[in-house]
Design a protein around this ligand. Sequence first.
Ligand code: ZN
Length: 190
Amino acid sequence: MSQVLDLRLEGEVGAEHAARRFLEELGVSCDTEGTRATPRRMAAAYAALLTAPPFELTTFPNDELYDELVVVRSIPVQSLCEHHFLPFTGVAHVGYVPGERILGLSKFARVVEMFARRPQVQERLTQQVAGWLDTHLSPRGVGVVIEAEHLCMTLRGVQAVGTTTSTSSVRGLLRERPQTRAEFFACIRD
Ligand code: ZN
């Protein structure tokens, strides 16, 4: 068993005790058959939401000199709002115009997940994904749009069920060249 895994499991035991205390302080009994293991499941669920599986960055040379927009749509987003520690979920659309390197298409979801599995705000998540792609691929342009529903907004407070929040980060050609920008936003609309 790796040391990293040991540390995480150790943390989960402490988190389980804290979850039990947290629930009890709120008047929730953890003594019924259904709730006995709830603190453990809570700790494991939050640990999972805060742990991104490692991935290998596979980039390839852009041998075909592809210079049009590549758009990957509807990548699932599951993250935790750092203000309330409730989930926000939705989709990310990522587009880029390659430079010298291209990224394996399945890796875009990994990049989104890497930044989503931590306490977040949607604005920062959007910028981090765009920034990471910009740094690692040096594309001619990159754009990220995230549309998500925040449980902290739809379950409490104004209880605006069904409200989604949209954020975007565009760089390079997608920011500067109106045609490319328009093509990207048209592409993710349908
Ligand atoms: Zn919130």
